[in-house]
Each structure stands twice: as structure tokens, then as C-alpha cells.
Write a protein that binds this ligand. Structure first.
Ligand SMILES: *[C@@H]1O[C@H](CO)[C@@H](O)[C@H](O)[C@H]1NC(C)=O
Ligand SMILES: *[C@@H]1O[C@H](CO)[C@@H](O)[C@H](O)[C@H]1NC(C)=O
Ligand SMILES: *[C@@H]1O[C@H](CO)[C@@H](O)[C@H](O)[C@H]1NC(C)=O
Ligand SMILES: *[C@@H]1O[C@H](CO)[C@@H](O)[C@H](O)[C@H]1NC(C)=O
Length: 520
């Protein structure tokens, strides 16, 4: 106990002097924001003056050192989707669609970035007198422009795995077999086709980033920050450290340079919201066990293709368990008696209820972290980004069953459901997983704060910069070495060949002389 409080005191004394910090987030997705909120909250509590550009402001009056710039209008840009698009969104992408999805997604992100920069409060920041140390959501390098504007250190952060394009900016090697992009629909073990996909995707990512994305976003930066800004491709390599919300037990084991820091996981700072009375009563009386179904916050139930909804309804009407379904629509037509629907579910608290035995999920990282913490095994039906990988991790470690969209049927779903409800090994394995993930020297939030203050204390982290950033690509790929070795080998064999020709000629001449001598 003593030791702990001593550590806590040291931790506070060692804090950097108070800084002016700008936290730039760009993704209108609550699951991203849930990871960032505790960080800017903690920084402000430690006496730093923090300004956060966020689509999910916390509006906590007691945080007097925190200013939030609300960009929640990003959520309202969400248009109505035609049915074909819904199926497209819901379905795990195949080989070619991976490239198309990435291309389109990035195009849309750039559109959103211009909306963020147009915002009047953001404009005031850009053209104001204040200077900030900058922390930027680092899926795309656009937030780095703020750091270049204020000529101050830059910290990148992501709420999910390790995108290859982000790792490239810190000069971290991303071998296509050991470090595939987190977005690829491939699991822990790579098949031959997976390896081809990963290799092609890593080439595509680099070319797309250099030739399409950087020039496009650079134009944006110049338009809103001024023409005197450095090129975005140079700005992005000025990053001091990259914080990744990933845990090597859950995610892939891959090599990282010292400027890349794995946080493990950052837990929500909020106590889970309590269950409402109606939901609590339903859970309490479900003594046979409860199956919980939710597709997270990006795919709403109205986006669910009709055929899929039918499969769920039919399966649920024929099982001896109760079901809680996060359903945002008005009413669920043909809802069986054992199904309870509600627009909003306090998920963390629901998963903690002892009667909840199974979670049917798309496999978003936040949901996976919450369900592991509550020891509830999963059936995963992955769709986009890192979900395939997350679901595969559950299968690999034996705490879940994965069903791809095209194999989803009443039979497969019912089999998977019965298997998890009756076989205790899934529960045992998820408890093991939780123990492994928790066993680490320092909690994710403390680690993030320590590293951010480290960068502020030392005005950047040049001393941790990966040398691969400062050499040309042909040197990185060893092309010059291979060229020289190739030429030397060629010359060597050429000379050996020529010498042997001469030698043979000499021998022949000698031989013919000897013959002549003999016959004479
Ligand atoms: C705000 O920052 C000051 C130091 O700059 C600190 O003393 C104070 O406790 C902070 N207030 C809150 C509510 O975090
Ligand atoms: C970007 O904007 C589109 C609409 O233009 C919206 O649907 C989407 O949610 C936004 N995406 C992000 C990641 O903010
Ligand atoms: C890189 O960062 C330093 C300060 O850390 C700054 O002086 C310099 O202008 C930055 N360069 C670019 C291209 O952003
Ligand atoms: C339970 O599941 C595990 C692996 O998922 C399997 O090895 C085992 O045979 C199953 N047990 C029963 C009784 O089906």
C-alpha cells in the first residue's frame, strides 16, 4: 500500500510543467472518442490547459482546464443509405473490395476534414495567438498541420490497431506477413492468398498515400492554414511518438521502433451507466441465460439487410434462452416473446449481469474489450475495418465462434449459439484471456499520460526517431547493395569465364604442340 502511494506521488511530482495542449480528433465514431476522452480529461486534471476538437464533447463543468470545440455536426452529415449499400457495408469485404473500400473511405474523410477546418472555432485557433503542443488522431496525417503551424512537438494516437500508413510516418517497418494492415479481412494465421493480399495492399497503401492522399490533404492544409505551410508529407514525419491503443496479447505480435508505444487498453473513465428498470427486470428473471445482440454504433438496426433480420428472428424464436437486442427502430415486426428490444443499451453494465451468457457482435474493438472484461463469449459476424481480425482472435483463443456474412443462416447461427451456451470451454478461455491482457506493469491511461508529458518535457523526441525515415527508399530496400553485389558477382564470373577460355586455348595449343612433337 505504502509503495503504491509513493509511486502515485512520484507520478505526480514528475509531471511536466503545465502545458497548453491541443487534442485534434477527426472521426465521428464514439468508439474512437471513448479512448481519447479519458486522456484529455486526465491531462486537464493534471493542470495542463487542454483544448479538444471533438465530435463527442463531455461537457463536464468541473473540468475548468478543458475547452471543447464541438464538431458533432459530423454525425449529422450521415445520409440515408440505399439498400445495396447496406449489404455492402454489412458484408466482410472480399479481395478487390478491400481496395475500393479503402479508397472511398479516405476520399470521404478528406471531405469531412474540410468541414472541420471551416468551423469558425477551429479557424480562430489556427489564426489565433495561442501556441499548443499537439496530439492528433493519427489515422491520417492531417492533424499534424496544427503542430507545424505552432512549430511544436506532435504526438499521434489511434484508438485501434496499427495502420500501415501511420506506422510508415514513424519509420516503423511493416512486413506484410508479420505486420499486415489492421483493416485487412485476414486473421491471425495467414494463408497464401492472405499473404498476396497483404503484400499488394501494403504496396497500394504506400503509393496511394504518397500520390493521392498527401497531395489532396496538403491542398486542404494550404487552403485553411495558409500557403506558407510546409508540405504535409514533411509534416507527418515530424511526429515524435505514436501511441497505439493495442494489446499484444489480443492483437498481432509485431516489431515496433521505440517511438511507437502500445498502450494496452485505455478504459473508459466513466462508471458504466446503470441498467434501466425494465431491462434489469428482464435480465433478472431470465434464469435460463440471455443472449445479447448488438452491431455497435456504426451499423444501426435500420441498416440491417432484411434477410439478415429474418435469420435472427427465426433463430431466436426457437431457442430456450432470452434475447436482448439493441434495436434503434420503432418496432421490430414479428418479435418473438423471448426477445427484449431497446434503442440504447448500457452495454458494459449489461455484459456484467450474471445472466448474460453470450454476445452476438460484429467484433468492434471496444465491444471485444468490454466483453473480455465481463467474461462473456462471443459469436462474431465481422463486417469492416479490424473486425475480421478481432473475431478471428476470439476463435483462435477459443472464446468465440465466427460466422461470415455469406454463411449466416438459421442453422449455422443456432449451432454456434447452442455450442457456446452448453460448452464451458469458451467461458474458461475468455477468463484466461482477460487475465493475460490485464497483467502488465502500468495501466494504459497512465502510460499515455507519461509519454505525452515526456514529449512535452523534452520538446519532442528526436532521439527516438527511426533512422529509416532519413534514408532514401532505394537504400531502405537495399537496392544499391544488391546492385553492387550483383555487379561484383557478374564481373567475377565473367572474368573466371574469360580466364578459363584463355586457359583452355593455351592447353589446346600446348596439346597440339606435344602431338606435333610426337608425330615428328
Ligand atoms: C487547473 O489547472 C491548475 C494549474 O494550472 C490546477 O491547479 C487545478 O487543479 C486545475 N483544475 C482542475 C479542475 O483540474
Ligand atoms: C464523414 O462525413 C460523412 C458524410 O459526408 C459521414 O457520413 C461520415 O460519418 C463522416 N465520417 C467520419 C469518419 O467522420
Ligand atoms: C518540425 O518540428 C520542429 C519543432 O519540433 C519545427 O521547428 C519544424 O518547423 C517542423 N517541421 C515541419 C516540416 O513541420
Ligand atoms: C468444447 O469446445 C472445445 C473447443 O472449442 C472442444 O475441444 C471440446 O471438445 C468441446 N466439448 C464438448 C463437450 O463438446
Amino acid at each position: 500500500m505504502r509503495f503504491c502511494s509513493l509511486l502515485a506521488i512520484l507520478y505526480f511530482i514528475y509531471a511536466a510543467e503545465c502545458a497548453n495542449i491541443l487534442f485534434v480528433t477527426t472521426f465521428s465514431s464514439i468508439s474512437h472518442q471513448k479512448v481519447f476522452q479519458p486522456i484529455w480529461r486526465e491531462l486537464s486534471l493534471r493542470g495542463h490547459k487542454v483544448t479538444a476538437i471533438t465530435p463527442n464533447p463531455m461537457h463536464e463543468k468541473s473540468l475548468t482546464n478543458l475547452t471543447e470545440i464541438d464538431i458533432s455536426f459530423l454525425y449529422r452529415l450521415h445520409g440515408k443509405l440505399p439498400n445495396e449499400w447496406k449489404v455492402f457495408l454489412f458484408r466482410k469485404p472480399n479481395f478487390l473490395v478491400v481496395f475500393l473500400k479503402d479508397f472511398l473511405a479516405n476520399f470521404w474523410f478528406s471531405k469531412n476534414h474540410s468541414k472541420i477546418l471551416e468551423n469558425s472555432d477551429v479557424q480562430k485557433l489556427i489564426h489565433g495567438e495561442s501556441k499548443f503542443d499537439v496530439i492528433a488522431e493519427w489515422l491520417l496525417p492531417f492533424g499534424g498541420a496544427f503542430a507545424a503551424k505552432f512549430k511544436c512537438p506532435l504526438v499521434g494516437i489511434t484508438s485501434l490497431g496499427a495502420p500501415v500508413a501511420s506506422l510508415d510516418t514513424v519509420g516503423n517497418p511493416s512486413h506484410p506477413v508479420f505486420s499486415p494492415d489492421y483493416n485487412l479481412p485476414i486473421g491471425k494465421k495467414l494463408s497464401f492468398l492472405d499473404r498476396i493480399l497483404s503484400t499488394l495492399f501494403s504496396v497500394y497503401t504506400k503509393l496511394h498515400h504518397q500520390w493521392v492522399l498527401l497531395p489532396r490533404e496538403d491542398k486542404l492544409v494550404k487552403k485553411y492554414f495558409g500557403d506558407d505551410m510546409p508540405y504535409l508529407g514533411d509534416i507527418q514525419q515530424n511526429i515524435s511518438i505514436l501511441l497505439l491503443n493495442r494489446n499484444p496479447v489480443f492483437h498481432r505480435v509485431m516489431p515496433f521502433v521505440p517511438a511507437v508505444i502500445e498502450l494496452g487498453s485505455v478504459q473508459s473513465y466513466q462508471k458504466p451507466a446503470p441498467l434501466n428498470e425494465e431491462l434489469k427486470t428482464f435480465l433478472d428473471k431470465s434464469e435460463n441465460g440471455v443472449v445479447y445482440l448488438s452491431f455497435g454504433s456504426t451499423i444501426l438496426s435500420e441498416d440491417l439487410p432484411d434477410s439478415i433480420r429474418e435469420i435472427f428472428l427465426q433463430t431466436f424464436s426457437d431457442i430456450p434462452y432470452n434475447v436482448v437486442w439493441k434495436w434503434e427502430g420503432n418496432e421490430l415486426a414479428g418479435k418473438p416473446k423471448n426477445v427484449f428490444t431497446q434503442k440504447w443499451i448500457p452495454q458494459a453494465e449489461l455484459l456484467n449481469h450474471p445472466n448474460v451468457k453470450l454476445f452476438i457482435t460484429q467484433g468492434g474493438l471496444q465491444s471485444m474489450q468490454e466483453t473480455i472484461k465481463s467474461h462473456v463469449p462471443v459469436i462474431g459476424i465481422p463486417a469492416h475495418s479490424d473486425q475480421t481480425f478481432n473475431v478471428d482472435t476470439a476463435v483462435y483463443h477459443g472464446f468465440g465462434i465466427g460466422i461470415d456474412y455469406e454463411y449466416l443462416s438459421v442453422e449455422t447461427l443456432k449451432d454456434a449459439l447452442n455450442e457456446i451456451m452448453t460448452n464451458g470451454s469458451y467461458k474458461e478461455n475468455i477468463i484466461k484471456m482477460d487475465k493475460l491482457m490485464r497483467d502488465r506493469p502500468i495501466d494504459g491511461l497512465k502510460k499515455a499520460i507519461w509519454w505525452i508529458e515526456y514529449v512535452i518535457r523534452h520538446k519532442g523526441a528526436k532521439h527516438l526517431r527511426s533512422p529509416s525515415l532519413d534514408i532514401p527508399w532505394y537504400q531502405y530496400l537495399l537496392l544499391d547493395i544488391f546492385a553492387v553485389i550483383g555487379v561484383v558477382l557478374f564481373l567475377f564470373f565473367y572474368i573466371v569465364y574469360k580466364l578459363s577460355l584463355i586457359f583452355v586455348k593455351l592447353l589446346k595449343r600446348l596439346f597440339s604442340k606435344v602431338l606435333k612433337f610426337k608425330t615428328d
